[in-house]
Design a protein around this ligand. Structure first.
Ligand SMILES: O=C(O)CCC(=O)C(=O)O
Ligand SMILES: [Fe+2]
Length: 352
């Protein structure tokens, strides 16, 4: 991904209000999902309030401010839950010299309001708020999936959401990209906050903070385009819209009609020395573990033939391939990250 050119123009993604459940809104979502693979959702009518999202970021900041020894008590494991420290993950191994300049804490799905993983002591008193946030993410994701079903004119518009059962790989992820000091070994041509990648699930919701930019997406003309946290003309300067992107499984499910767009997070040039801190919160939405990625019964998907006649993934006309399950796909995609982590541990000596 290193050779992709830097573009200057921010991409103008549509802002869509999903409070009305209609074919018209479904078509707006579908159009953006086909064209860009990314779009904003107006927070109005989603169930998210500004104070709820601010509070979630406060919990995230408090967690990352803990001494490393405490965070290490919840180290990420093979279930993909827990904390991973600076450079613990490498999203674009072909290009990057070392791991991402970030730390992250993954919370897998809650069951009846309870986490199914060891939680750091600092978050224990706040389980209810964390569970409420996760539940709202799930609700909004299901609504987007249903609207996309409407837009795709699937006979059962809940085709996608009804396949988003538990247990699944759904994850709320806190992210912290620290400002770096001048003495840090950092090479701007290869080092990056989050390397170029596409997401592994069905859709992703991204929550960002005003004045903490850095996300770029690759446009169809193979240029990197910055995505503003708050687009021009948006109604709030303090409560950004939710950025939503199509991830791999929805692209596979639709034979590539919906785009799983490559994106990355850079050190923004105009945030002063060290890049400034960036915090973000991501909800990775996944279908149920055992769900087979069979073709979606949609005329629009069936009519979509790629220019060179190839088929991608398991959607549309690609039914002759064995339909893999959502969990198989997730495990395949996590493999590179785990390999890196294992290698890193052996280089650094035994894991602490
Ligand atoms: O922090 C961000 O803005 C994006 C993170 C991301 O793309 C990811 O974790 O998959
Ligand atoms: Fe991502």
């Amino acid at each position: 991904m290193g050779s992709v050119q830097e573009g200057n123009n921010a991409v103008r993604l549509p802002v869509i209000n999903i409070s009305e459940f209609s074919v018209g809104v479904g078509k707006q979502l579908l159009d953006a999902a086909i064209r860009y693979g990314f779009l904003y959702i107006d927070t109005d009518g989603t169930g998210f309030t500004e104070s709820m999202v601010d509070r979630e970021f406060e919990l995230s900041r408090n967690f990352f401010a803990l001494p490393e020894a405490q965070k290490k008590k919840c180290l990420i494991d093979e279930t993909n839950r827990g904390w991973t420290g600076m450079h613990g993950e490498i999203l674009d191994p072909k290009t990057q010299r070392k791991g991402d300049f970030k730390e992250a804490f993954n919370m897998g799905e809650f069951l009846n309001g309870e986490p199914r993983q060891p939680m750091p002591q600092a978050l224990e008193p706040h389980i209810k708020e964390l569970a409420d946030f996760e539940r709202t993410c799930k609700k909004v994701s299901d609504r987007i999936l249903d609207l996309l079903g409407l837009g795709l004119e699937v006979d059962e518009p809940d085709f996608f959401s009804s396949r988003h059962t538990q247990p699944s790989g759904c994850t709320v992820r806190f992210l912290h990209y620290p400002s770096i000091s001048a003495d840090v070994d950092y090479h701007p041509e290869v080092d990056i906050r989050a390397g170029a990648h596409s997401d592994y699930g069905s859709i992703t919701l991204l929550f960002q903070r005003p004045s903490q930019p850095g996300l770029q997406i690759m446009t169809s003309d193979q240029m990197w385009a910055p995505v503003p946290v708050i687009p021009d003309g948006y109604t709030s300067a303090t409560f950004p819209p939710i950025l939503v992107n199509i991830a791999d499984l929805l692209s596979y499910w639709t034979n590539g009609l919906l785009k799983s767009t490559i994106h990355r997070v850079i050190f923004p040039q105009d945030s002063g020395p060290g890049g400034g801190d960036r915090y973000s919160i991501v909800y990775f939405c996944h279908p149920g573990n055992d769900v087979e990625l069979v073709p979606v019964p949609s005329k629009l998907v069936a009519a979509h033939v790629l220019e060179d006649g190839t088929q991608v993934g398991y959607g549309g006309g690609a039914a002759t391939k064995r339909a893999i399950t959502a969990k198989e796909h997730l495990n395949n995609r996590l493999q590179a990250t785990y390999e890196f982590r294992i290698q890193k541990t052996s280089e650094d000596g035994p894991a602490a």
